[in-house]
Design a protein around this ligand. Sequence first.
Ligand SMILES: Nc1ncnc2c1ncn2[C@@H]1O[C@H](COP(=O)(O)OP(=O)(O)OP(=O)(O)O)[C@@H](O)[C@H]1O
Ligand SMILES: Nc1nc2c(c(=O)[nH]1)N=C(CO)CN2
Length: 177
Amino acid sequence: MTNENTVYLSMGSNMGNRLSFLKYAAKCMKEDVNISLTRYSSIYETAPIGYTDQENFLNMVIELKTSYSPLQLLSRTQKIQDNAGREYNIRWGPRTLDLDILLYNHENIKMEQLIVPHPRMFERGFVIIPLREVNPVLYFPSIEKSIDAVYEQLRDKEGVYLWKKPFGEEEFGHSES
Ligand SMILES: Nc1ncnc2c1ncn2[C@@H]1O[C@H](COP(=O)(O)OP(=O)(O)OP(=O)(O)O)[C@@H](O)[C@H]1O
Ligand SMILES: Nc1nc2c(c(=O)[nH]1)N=C(CO)CN2
């Protein structure tokens, strides 16, 4: 089966060993024959948005190719979150691992369980900054804007600090240095 759909996924963690949860998520996806990881952003340390009385997050974005349908991919990412000990308590509250599907090709999906493009992505510095690093020429047909235009309009650019350059091969099976 060919992994032909292009997906951008946001990953975040603000509990426990944050880096190891991000690595765990990437490892699970790398081991899945229906997913090929193609690009990784750097990792950013970010101030919490939404519910602010919690620890800073580590956030990053990955690009992947997959043969999964959007709902199949959602169920896969939810399983990975569950296996990372994710509990569902406070809305926007602390979590070991959060995986959000940002974009699935250029599709507009509005289902009960899944909305793509992710409805809050365009106002989130912790999403747009790493996404722009992974693909600086993205265009969003749903809002008729380029990623540069979205970046320029971001209000919460502050609070997003480079924490670590893209993973090295030894850590993550990633060839970029
Ligand atoms: N694009 C999407 N990616 C991941 N989950 C989504 C998406 N669209 C809708 N959902 C739904 O959102 C539900 C809640 O997800 P979650 O608890 O991770 O939200 P959150 O991360 O706290 O908040 P936010 O969605 O603002 O990032 C999930 O059960 C899932 O069905
Ligand atoms: N900085 C930051 N803030 C958040 C994050 C996140 O990943 N990073 N995720 C949230 C729920 O999706 C709520 N707030």
